[in-house]
Design a protein around this ligand. Structure first.
Ligand SMILES: Cc1cc2nc3c(=O)[nH]c(=O)nc-3n(C[C@H](O)[C@H](O)[C@H](O)COP(=O)(O)OP(=O)(O)OC[C@H]3O[C@@H](n4cnc5c(N)ncnc54)[C@H](O)[C@@H]3O)c2cc1C
Length: 469
């Protein structure tokens, strides 16, 4: 009966119960899902995969799901690392990739309005033809959707100047769990009550389905230039980065690698075989301004005793920027690995880094800890730390227990020192159990929003620690 009602909405070609489709929608980029699959274990699967093509179809599907209390899990590109898109309670997986119409490029407002199932690279290609860009250029640009980035508060390589996705959104259309279609206000800055954009940004499909968004676009800059430095000590590099940001220079990129990652990845990808902490920064815009800002940033790095490796070594990093995240440089099964990304103010971020490193290295001698600082603000920066275990236990249950223990201890070390659970990958299934620890009493407010918008707990149940009594 449910199938025929869903079929009535999307048509027989846009609903699937095939084993292949179910399997393809049961493993995302979460290490545990990959582990389970790798070791021949069965992962929870959806009963139906539906591919709506319009907002109206999403609304009608949610009305049915809400009536029968069927779980619904939105699925974008399946590139999320937190298990957010996994249908752990079965029900409906709503694959968003067919909702992908580019509605308007408004060159007067410098905005684009687009359906959220669009592949991010596809959107960029379309905008480039018109001389613009969202400047949202994440490493997963080819395999993720706009909706996935909105759901996770994702970030791209140019975030230090152009912001994270939450800074790029002007307004959004959202389908609520009961099927109501709502729009947020037409501007992202106002004094007309709390900002609903920020309620749905980062809600990871637990409060509704984001179907359409209007984003800022930017002209393609005249030039983009880079410069690399090597610091004898990571703390000097951190201070240099902080000074660049607090002087209110506007780099599009600052990326600072710790000594271990400089030795491991900078060496392998860029061929720089040096001890120290590698830092690269870049500026873009009109050439005169870029040259002026580059000069100031170079001076600030000189003051912190950085060795200038030149523009070519910076440009090389930009040319190879995505390689760091894909084989053969990226880690893969059977290795166990995780990205412990967090963010803190400048007075705390160095201690967060050290506390997580000490925790991993003391408690898990089999693990390697590496990290870099990749997204910078005028108040602090983001740490992209990772642990890697080359030979985790063969037994999947033992491997899982070890994996979760590492996350618990490392993230508690982060939180005790002023860090948070995550900066741009989200919470998902992976970190939901730690949400109460992070938010304290304030978690009640998040639970109250969830209960009020989704009293039947149909939207992505089991994620973000929400809807669990
Ligand atoms: C190689 C690689 C590199 C990566 N690099 C980056 C990076 O540079 N920056 C970055 O931010 N992330 C990065 N990621 C992580 C990942 O790409 C992002 O988290 C991305 O936002 C996930 O998008 P997706 O479309 O694949 O979402 P999915 O994995 O399909 O879903 C993620 C979450 O979003 C929800 N969701 C999806 N669409 C909607 C919607 N329309 N409405 C409501 N909820 C929705 C899902 O239910 C789920 O909770 C990387 C991942 C990989 C594999």
């Amino acid at each position: 009966m449910i199938r025929s009602e869903l079929e009535d909405i999307v048509g027989p070609e846009d609903i699937s119960q095939s084993p292949v489709d179910k399997l393809a929608h049961a493993v995302d980029y979460y290490w545990v899902a990959e582990l389970w699959h790798d070791r021949g274990q069965k992962t929870p699967q959806a009963d139906f995969i539906v591919y709506p093509q319009t907002t109206q179809e999403v609304s009608r599907i949610l009305k049915i799901a809400n009536t029968y209390k069927i779980p619904v899990t939105p699925w974008g590109g399946g590139s999320g690392s937190q298990g957010g898109a996994l249908p752990v309670c079965g029900g409906i997986v709503m694959d968003m990739k067919k909702i992908c119409v580019l509605h308007e490029v408004n060159k007067t407002a410098m905005t684009v309005t687009v359906d959220t199932g669009i592949n991010m690279q596809q959107l960029e290609w379309e905008l480039e033809k018109k001389g613009g860009s969202t400047m949202h250029l994440p490493a997963s640009i080819t395999c993720a959707t706009l909706g996935g980035f909105i759901a996770h508060r994702g970030t791209g390589v140019l975030s230090t100047k152009y912001g994270k996705i939450e800074d790029m959104i002007i307004s959004m259309e959202v389908v609520l769990p009961d099927g109501r279609i709502i729009n947020t206000l037409p501007v992202p800055r106002h004094a007309s009550g709390p900002d609903l954009n920020q309620v749905f940004l980062g809600s990871e499909g637990t409060l509704g389905v984001v179907t359409r968004a209007t984003l800022k676009i930017h002209p393609i800059p005249e030039v983009r230039k880079f410069q690399a430095f090597l610091f004898p000590d990571l703390r000097q590099g951190l201070e240099a980065g902080k000074n660049i940001m607090c002087k209110r220079l506007r780099p599009c990129v600052i990326r600072l690698y710790d000594e271990a990652e400089t030795q491991r990845l900078i060496k392998r990808v860029l061929g720089i075989d040096r001890q120290g902490a590698y830092l690269v920064f870049g500026f873009d815009g009109d050439e005169d301004m870029v040259d002026l800002e580059m000069k100031s940033a170079v001076r600030l790095c000189d003051e912190m005793k950085g060795e200038n490796l030149g523009t070519e070594m910076g440009q090389e990093w930009w040319n190879h920027r995505y390689k760091f995240f894909f084989p053969p440089y990226m880690f893969h099964m059977p290795q166990a690995f995780g990205t412990l990304d967090t963010v803190a103010t400048f007075d705390k971020i160095g201690n967060v880094y050290t506390a997580m490193k000490k925790t991993i290295e003391t408690n898990f001698p089999e693990a390697t800890y590496i990290g870099h600082f990749s997204h910078w603000y005028d108040w602090g920066c983001m740490l992209y730390a990772r642990f890697i275990i080359d030979n985790p236990p063969a037994d999947p249950h033992e491997a899982l227990a070890l994996y979760n223990r590492i996350w618990n201890l490392a993230l508690r070390a982060s939180m005790e020192n002023g860090g948070v659970l995550n900066e741009h990958h989200g919470i998902g299934l992976k970190l939901g159990r730690l949400m109460k620890e992070l938010h304290g009493e304030a978690f009640f407010a998040l639970e109250a929003i969830k209960k009020s918008l989704d009293p039947n707990n149909i939207m992505n149940p089991g994620k973000m620690g929400l809807g669990i009594n």
